[in-house]
Design a protein around this ligand. Structure first.
Ligand code: PLP
Ligand code: ZN
Length: 420
């Protein structure tokens, strides 16, 4: 195993954390695997009740960094459900849609898949302390995995702008929280400086070991589909780490002969935070960071760290990028919630984007589609309350506000006459 620069090809050893190449480029983990890959080994591990093999990440360890069992920190993560959703497929306009709910991970987002690998790598290289800058799910995941590993964690957060649930998780799991008077970029700059200065192990998605773990979203998805790829995989894009991981996973499965063809990847951004979409529209000839604003806080990113790796995913899979409005995101979210599944706003960009791409004729009506839901409904209950009870609720087709009455049978009958 070694690290290799995406831009210049320079290599580095993998037994320490190097976050960037000397040229400034992003690094990939390159795993030198020998021999054929035996898919049935993955099936055998499905029956494990305890231990590392129970993890929906480490089940695929032949395709992951070869770390010794003793350093593996697992909760265990993954094993998320794949929901067949004919009603939502019809609403989006496609023949078949399955939703993989990554909100069902231990801390409520896919970040746990990356964190198990990166935290294990941190232990392996002898890290004494870990840190990240984050506006939410990464903080919660770092705090939980550091606590599991027995490592101290420092989380740098921008003032305000963090959901109460995500902050509450981070506080509860015991991370030291440093609140910066400034935005996310300022927090990111400070944590990178501190990491260099004090030898802190950085757990942001610039860390290539995070992306190794996130590849298993695709491994587990395709395993659940009997290794028969869908025509399209749709997911939201913020910092674009997940987009990068999905592309790397598909390439590696294809090269190992596990799948016979590559699905196309569609990345959905929020219209108010869509630098990747704008670059895609310009044929990737130009790229401009933006000042991000969207209700979907998990993808409120103006200058995505993994831009160059994500571009590779689009090139490789003949992928597309789309942008959707906050209104479309919240309507799609209300539909996913009403289906009994539920997700946080950023995740619903998947369904909103799919519907738009079908209506634009990019994704054909007959397509089979797998959508990734990235985070849990309970991560952002403020967004739920605002949609259903906020000042604009009357304009929302699926608004479901509680009804207030006097405690009398007559009053009850008046409001529930239609269902009683
Ligand atoms: C982190 C996150 C995203 C964005 O993923 P990127 O890898 O940054 O593109 C989307 N949704 C949720 C819920 C997240 O936590
Ligand atoms: Zn380089």
């Amino acid at each position: 195993m070694h690290l290799r620069c995406v831009d210049c090809g320079e290599t580095y050893p993998a037994d320490r954390l190097v976050t960037r190449c000397q040229c400034g480029g992003l690094l990939d983990v390159v795993i030198e695997r020998t021999g054929a890959l035996d898919r049935s080994g993955f099936d055998r591990r499905l029956t494990a009740l305890t231990g590392i093999e129970r993890s929906g990440v480490w089940r695929y360890r032949e395709l992951l960094p070869p770390l010794p069992d003793a350093t593996i920190v697992t909760k265990p993560e993954g094993n998320t459900n794949l929901y067949e959703v004919p009603g939502l497929a019809a609403w989006a306009g496609v023949a078949r849609l399955v939703l993989k709910h990554e909100g069902e991970n231990p801390t409520g987002s896919f970040k746990d898949r990356g964190m198990t690998v990166a935290t294990s790598h941190a232990l392996w290289v002898g890290a004494q302390i870990v840190a990240c800058a984050s506006t939410g799910n990464t903080s919660a995941s770092v705090a939980a995995y550091a606590a599991t590993a027995g490592l101290p964690a420092i989380v740098f957060i921008p003032e305000g702008k963090i959901s109460a649930a995500k902050l509450g998780q981070t506080i509860a799991y015991g991370a030291r929280i440093v609140q910066i008077r400034g935005n996310f970029d300022a927090a990111m700059a400070l944590v990178q400086d501190a990491a260099r200065r004090y030898g802190i192990y950085l757990l942001n998605s610039i860390n290539p070991f995070r992306l190794e773990g996130q590849k298993t979203i695709v491994f587990e998805l395709l395993h659940q589909m009997g290794w028969e790829p869908p025509d399209w995989i749709v997911l939201p894009g913020g910092n674009l780490g997940n987009t990068s991981a999905v592309g790397k996973a598909l390439t590696e499965l294809h090269e190992a002969g596990v799948i016979g063809r590559l699905p196309r990847v569609a990345v959905i951004q929020a219209a108010g935070a869509a630098p990747f979409y704008e670059a895609y529209r310009a044929g990737f000839r130009e790229y401009h960071p933006v000042t991000p604003e969207t209700v979907a806080t998990a993808i409120r990113i103006g200058d995505p760290v993994s831009y160059s790796k994500a571009r590779r995913t689009i090139d490789l899979t003949n992928g597309v990028v789309a942008a959707v409005s906050d209104e479309a995101i919240m309507e799609a979210k209300a539909r996913i919630d009403r289906a009994g599944i539920g997700c946080e706003p950023a995740s619903a960009a998947t369904l909103a984007g799919l519907r738009q791409l079908v209506s634009d004729g990019v994704i054909p009506v007959g397509a089979s589609v797998a959508g990734i839901l990235t985070g849990h409904l309970m991560k952002d209950t403020d967004a739920v309350m605002d949609y259903h009870l906020g000042p604009d609720a009357a304009n929302h087709p699926l608004a479901n506000p509680p009804q207030v009455i006097d405690p009398t049978p007559a009053a009850l009958e008046e409001i529930l006459g239609d269902v009683l």
